[in-house]
Design a protein around this ligand. Structure first.
Ligand code: LMR
Length: 392
């Protein structure tokens, strides 16, 4: 773990030093200390200077290099393990960006909530304390960008092909634009994958969920999903889930198999049910002011690096999901529960009304346009149940 975040090589376009510039954004302390203290100081800085977020959004950092000898640093913070599609995608982007800009850009990847937890990393991006993130889109809701919670609707997509029609098509592009007024530029969507439920009992039918407490991301749609199953949702940062499961603060959780395996939830949960009930997307976002201040040629190179990194993530995510399920099975610490078509359909039936219930929140027009764009996939896959062939 890094104990100090170096900012020495980053220079401002207007010639001011780091300290002055960061001070303007209330971030001197956070930029100069290690992880825990960093989070701590960041919180207190925020607490003491609530108006600063708005000020930072208005002024924003402008950290392009004025000195051709010094690299522009992109701090890319994320909350998952390096050995996941997102972790690998971040490293691949770093490699391509540094190679193709011939050292003019340096990408520092901070995985595993090393710098910030879920909500804090979004605030840190808006303030310019980090430049790039890849949060699960469910986490944009508390910022007021509710449309992204549409992805949390249970059984919205039957497979990657359907999901990519949205994330890699015009609907996804329009959604990313909604981040601009919040001080962010959305560059791409990546897959986390399809989520499975974990608990200390096999979860096969809606009745199995009754009265259990489940950790969810900060999404009202996910809260509604758990309530529809008769469970109690509890919003919690990703980095806190392992301990919450271990100590029984919550009874269960949901995420992708790669996250379950790399966060070792399977060591503290007796069962993982292959419910495949929801698609989890990431949006790769950059601080808008930072991005706009880059020389145009660099932005073009970075966009191409991101586009290739996105293709790479697409190419590995489904396979990594299968490998993680097999690894969890092989660990013999957690039983992998395969659902019958009838059990899956009983879950679908109870969860379907969440679409109607949360339609207003996510935007009915958006939801209809997603149905329309993916309807043919839906029909095809309804005939062959929900799970990808390799998992079944
Ligand atoms: C979560 O459940 O919080 C995950 O989506 C975290 C992540 O970034 O994959």
């Amino acid at each position: 773990m890094r104990t100090q975040i170096r900012t020495r090589s980053v220079r401002s376009v207007d010639g001011r030093g780091d300290e002055e510039q960061n001070s303007e954004h209330g971030m001197v302390t956070a930029m100069r200390v290690g992880r825990r203290a960093d989070v701590h100081c960041f919180k207190s800085t925020l607490g003491a200077q609530t108006g600063l977020l708005l000020a930072a959004l208005a002024l924003g950092p402008a950290w392009a290099a004025e000195d051709p000898g010094s690299a522009i640093v992109i701090k890319f913070s994320h909350v998952v393990a390096p050995d996941t599609p997102k972790g690998k995608g971040a490293e691949y982007f770093k490699k391509l960006a540094e190679e193709r800009t011939k050292g003019r850009v340096k990408v520092e990847v901070y995985p595993n909530s090393q710098l910030y937890k879920d909500k804090e990393e979004l605030e840190a991006l808006q303030l310019g304390s980090v430049q790039m993130l890849a949060p699960s889109v469910s986490k944009f809701g508390p910022m007021g960008v509710k449309a992204f919670e549409v992805f949390d609707l249970p059984y919205l997509f039957d497979g990657y092909e359907a999901a990519h029609k949205i994330t890699h098509g015009p609907i996804g592009a329009a959604m990313l634009k909604q981040l601009q007024p919040h001080g962010m530029t959305g560059l791409a969507f990546w897959d986390n994958g399809f989520k499975e439920f974990t608990a200390n009992k096999p979860l096969r039918r809606p009745d199995d969920f009754k009265g259990l407490k489940f950790r969810v991301k900060s999404s009202k749609v996910l809260e509604a999903q758990m309530r529809a199953l008769g469970a109690i949702p509890q919003v919690m940062a990703f980095s806190e889930v392992y301990q919450a499961l271990q100590t029984g603060v919550v009874d269960g959780a949901e995420t992708s198999p790669t996250n379950i395996y790399t966060q070792r939830w399977h060591e503290v949960q007796k069962f993982m049910s292959l419910s495949h009930h929801g698609y989890d997307a990431y949006a790769i976002v950059v601080n808008r002011r930072f991005w706009d201040s880059l020389p145009a040629d660099l932005r073009t190179i970075l966009e191409s690096a991101m586009s290739d990194a996105s293709r790479y993530v697409d190419s590995i995510s489904a396979q990594e999901e299968i490998e993680a399920i097999n690894a969890i099975r092989g660990s013999r610490k957690c039983q992998v529960v395969e659902l019958t078509a009838e059990e899956t359909s009983s879950l679908r039936q109870v969860l379907q009304p969440v679409h109607q219930q949360m339609g207003e929140r996510v935007g009915r027009e958006l939801l209809e346009s997603i149905y329309l764009a993916t309807r043919s996939d839906r029909k095809q896959s309804e005939a062959s149940a929900v799970l990808p062939v390799a998992v079944r």
